[in-house]
Write a protein of this length. Structure first.
Length: 304
């Protein structure tokens, strides 16, 4: 049976040319999509504006700070970058950068390792006083950092560890970050115990179960903890301010203070430039591991 021919418009028959295609009308759902798209662009512009302003402000000379409130500099210059690269107080900028990197990387390693071990103990090992110790750990979240400053400083001062990185790194290896421990405990508790029991039958102990069974399954949560630990340590100001006294040991947040002295003139151009340079590693770290951050927040145990 022959196929029926497609209907031909009258305009096509008269002119001998195909009729132009009609554009589909934008329905209600289409207008909602457009409105949401415009709103998201506006929100993104508002969120990114401080970062864009900071970038352009690095090219402003000191004379424009306070007078030029616009986004673009009137007389662009790279003197701020040259001045920051030279360093301050006799210490080059790379030394401040290296100090921040040592503290941040050490904090990430200590926090992830100790928090994972403590979380495994709370979630998988039954021992006397488990509930009391877990409640005490959660209770530390209610204590502000200022409550333990004096006792900690006295202890590290008696151990002659002040003006070293140890007061900033040693607590990270002792599972003092209750937030990360609690996060990993909740993650491990949602894992089925069948794999643990199978490993026990095969003769594996707690160390083997933790290393070969639990750690691979909580990888998204571990990377989430690593991201937050890196950002918090990189931006920490109060801790280094208390324990570090020598300029050669200063991290970037403390080094920024050197560009602004209330007893003399402040170098706003160098301060803004150093702030932007200090922000770059955090942005790169987040961009590299953001996929794992989403997995760690969205994943709740095993799927399927």
């Amino acid at each position: 049976m022959a196929e029926s021919a497609a209907p031909v418009s009258t305009e096509a028959v008269v002119t001998g040319q195909p009729a132009p295609k009609r554009r589909p009308k934008l329905g209600r759902r289409g207008w909602q999509t457009v409105i949401w798209f415009v709103v998201l662009i506006a929100i993104t512009a508002i969120v990114l504006y401080p970062l864009v302003w900071l970038l352009f402000a690095t090219f402003k000379p000191n004379s424009e700070f306070g007078s030029n409130l616009g986004l673009l500099p009137e007389a662009p210059t790279i003197d701020n970058y040259l001045k920051v690269m030279e360093g301050i107080a006799g210490v080059p900028m790379w030394r401040f950068f290296a100090n921040s990197l040592i503290i941040a990387v050490g904090s990430v390693i200590g926090t992830v390792l100790s928090s994972a071990l403590a979380a495994y103990a709370f979630a998988r090992i039954q021992f006397k006083g488990l509930a009391i110790l877990f409640a005490a750990m959660i209770g530390t979240l209610l204590l502000p950092f200022h409550v333990v400053i004096i006792p900690q400083y006295i202890i590290f001062n008696q151990l002659e560890l002040v003006d070293t990185f140890w007061p900033l790194l040693l607590p990270k290896f002792l599972a003092t970050e209750a937030f990360f421990v609690f996060l990993l405990v909740q993650f491990i508790r949602q894992l089925p115990r069948d794999m643990d029991e199978a490993a026990l039958i095969d003769g594996a102990g707690h160390v083997r179960i933790f290393w070969s069974v639990i750690l691979p399954l909580i990888k998204p949560a571990l990377i989430t903890c690593a991201i937050f630990a890196f950002i918090w340590s990189w931006n920490d100001f109060l801790g280094p301010l208390l324990y570090l006294t020598s300029p050669e040991n200063y991290p970037l947040p403390i080094a920024l203070r050197l560009y602004n002295d209330q007893t003399s003139t402040s170098d706003f151009g160098a301060t803004v430039t150093a702030s932007f340079i200090a922000l770059i590693p955090v942005l790169l770290f987040f961009l590299v591991f953001q996929r794992f951050l989403v997995d760690g927040v969205a994943t709740q145990g095993l799927k399927g």
